[in-house]
Unconditional design. Structure first.
Length: 274
C-alpha cells in the first residue's frame, strides 16, 4: 500500500523487533481521516504478520499525536447530511477473528498478539484519544493536552470509549471526562492512571523505546500474546472462567520449548533467547 498519511518503520540493531507507526499529517496535527484509518490498519496487520516484530509503537509527527477528526472531514459529513467513515470495504482487519467483540473499529487492537504502546507526543483529542486508549500502554509528553471532545460537537462518546474509559480509570473519573469533554493535561492523566508515565517531550520516544525493548528482549512472545488475549478476554467473562483457562494454558505452555529456555536462562543467570 502507498502510505500518504502515516509512516511505518522498523528499528535498527537492538530495536529491530520494534515497529513504529507514525501518524504523519503534521500540518493538521495528524488529524484523523478515512485514509489514515485505512493505512493505520494496514500497518498494524503488517506488524502482526511479521514474526520479527515483537512490539508496536504509535506516535505522531511534529508537535501533535492526533487532534481528532479532520475538520474538513467533519464539514463533509455536514454537507452529506450524515456520517461517512471514508474507508474502503476491503480495509485490513488486524485482530479480527479472536473474539466477536474485537471485530469492530479500534477494538481490533484487543485481538492483536503484540503489545501496542502509544507515545503521546502532543494533543490527543476525540478519535486521537480513542486511539491512545485502545493501545495497551501509554506514555505522554509533559504538558500534552487531551480531551474526549465529542460533546462540543454534538456527538456521542466515540468508538466504545464509554465502555473502555471506565475500565481504565474508573467510572467517576471517566464520567467527568466523557460528560464534560473538558481538556486536561498529561500530568492529570497520569494521576488518573490513564497514562503510565509523563516524560519531557524530547525524551518521550527514547523512554518508550527503552520500555519496548524490555518487552521485546526479555519476555516470551508467546507469553505476551497469551497474556494480552487473557487481559481483554477476561473483561468479558467471570473470574472462574479466567482461572480455568489460566490452568489450561499453564499446562500447555509448560510443555513448550520457550518454557524450557526461560527456566534455563533463570538458572544460568543469563538473558533468555526467545
Amino acid at each position: 500500500m502507498e502510505l500518504k498519511t502515516i509512516r511505518y518503520e522498523l528499528g535498527d540493531g537492538d530495536r529491530s523487533r520494534i515497529a513504529t507507526i507514525t501518524l504523519d499529517r503534521p500540518h493538521r496535527l495528524n488529524a484523523w481521516t478515512g485514509r489514515m484509518h485505512t493505512e493505520y490498519r494496514w500497518a498494524l496487520a503488517r506488524a502482526e504478520g511479521d514474526s520479527d516484530v515483537r512490539v508496536v509503537v504509535v506516535t505522531g509527527a511534529g508537535r501533535g499525536f492526533c487532534a481528532g477528526a479532520d475538520s474538513g472531514a467533519l464539514e463533509g459529513h455536514v454537507d452529506k447530511g450524515g456520517y461517512d467513515p471514508g474507508t474502503p470495504h476491503d480495509i485490513a482487519t488486524p485482530g479480527y477473528g479472536v473474539r466477536p467483540e474485537f471485530d469492530h473499529d479500534f477494538a481490533y487492537h484487543f485481538g492483536l498478539t503484540k503489545p501496542v504502546i502509544a507515545a503521546i507526543n502532543g494533543p490527543a483529542a476525540g478519535v486521537g484519544l480513542v486511539l491512545a486508549c485502545y493501545c495497551d500502554l501509554r506514555f505522554a509528553a509533559e504538558g500534552a493536552k487531551l480531551t474526549t471532545a465529542h460533546g462540543k460537537l454534538h456527538l456521542p462518546a466515540e468508538y466504545g470509549l464509554s465502555w473502555l474509559l471506565p475500565r481504565l480509570i474508573g467510572l467517576t473519573r471517566a464520567n467527568d471526562l466523557l460528560l464534560s469533554s473538558r481538556t486536561f493535561l498529561a500530568e492529570e492523566a497520569a494521576t488518573m492512571g490513564l497514562v503510565n508515565a509523563t516524560v519531557p517531550g524530547d525524551e518521550l520516544l527514547e523512554h518508550t523505546y527503552a520500555y519496548a525493548e524490555v518487552l521485546a528482549t526479555t519476555v516470551s512472545p508467546g507469553s505476551l500474546a497469551e497474556t494480552k488475549r487473557q487481559i481483554y478476554t477476561d473483561q468479558h467473562r467471570d473470574v472462574g472462567a479466567a482461572v480455568e483457562e489460566a490452568a489450561v494454558l499453564l499446562r500447555r505452555m509448560m510443555t513448550e520449548p520457550a518454557f524450557r529456555e526461560g527456566v534455563a536462562a533463570l538458572t544460568e543467570r543469563r538473558p533468555p533467547a526467545f
